[in-house]
Design a protein around this ligand. Sequence first.
Ligand code: FMN
Length: 315
Amino acid sequence: MAKRPSQLLKENPFVLAPMDDVTDIAFRELAEECGVSYSTCELTSVDALVRDKVKHDRYARGKLKFSSVQLFGSKPEVFVEAANKVLEDADSIDVNFGCPSACVNANDAGAMLLKDPKNVGEIISKLVKHVDRPITAKIRLGYKKTTYREVAREVEDAGADVLAVHGRTAEQKYSGFANWDSIREIYENTQIPFIGNGDIKDPKQIDDYLGTHCDALMIGRAAIGNPMIFDDFSRYHKRGEIVDLSNDEKKQRQKELFLKYLEKLSHYDVAKQHQRIWRQAMWFFKGIEGAKKLRVAVVEAKDDLNKVIKLVKEF
Ligand SMILES: Cc1cc2nc3c(=O)[nH]c(=O)nc-3n(C[C@H](O)[C@H](O)[C@H](O)COP(=O)(O)O)c2cc1C
């Protein structure tokens, strides 16, 4: 039987944040090779799932050692029905209470749910009761007004296994710096295994936050094109090591990683999405000399994966 997310965090406290159109199944498999504790799929609509309108790759287990499936929606009973449809692919179910996007919020889903903490509690408790998997929750500090105190209590009382908090309100989207004082306040006032999230990019931030503000750190944007960040964090955490690569070493490392990403991607239908490949190429080679030329060539290669692989090998 798979471990619970809370157990995984005790062994390794560095988690990949779910990111729509970024953390596809191939990237998550690569992040596991690079030492992530566990990862969660891109947000997936419960309404679309119950109508069989979601492509399997979006939430597939693939070759992952641990697979968390993230759901968004608004009605507790639809969450339960959708969660029970994805059980084969899910070692745990995560609920998105943080998405600030207008089209998600228009259906009273994502961060909109933070306006009604009781409903948050009802969604989690129904899932805990009717779905045979650990349930986790990912929240922001509130929609416009902060509600994190009430929401965190509801999530904990409803029996969730882990709570993750991105230290901004939905209204703030990604502006400013995440409020780690509020994250700490939740940590000090709850017992639930707790992940802090927002603007983590440097292993030295472990000293500032881990164990004082949260039990584990979730990394999003700093992991884009950079799955080895999980290895960097583990090295610093375990041995105080800072990885400092020369430009050539970095280029070599990123080439190897991107080729692995493409190999993994080739097993899935998402490999046909050419835009995905060139965007990932842009992220993996950001800041490396000659990357612009490579990107243009990758765009021109369209969905010819073998050609892209050849271009990267020759880069
Ligand atoms: C491009 C992008 C897509 C995102 N998609 C999701 C998502 O599908 N589900 C979710 O819970 N959060 C999503 N987020 C929010 C991240 O998981 C994370 O909470 C946020 O980026 C803050 O962490 P960071 O400062 O480490 O990036 C997304 C963020 C970005 C930048």
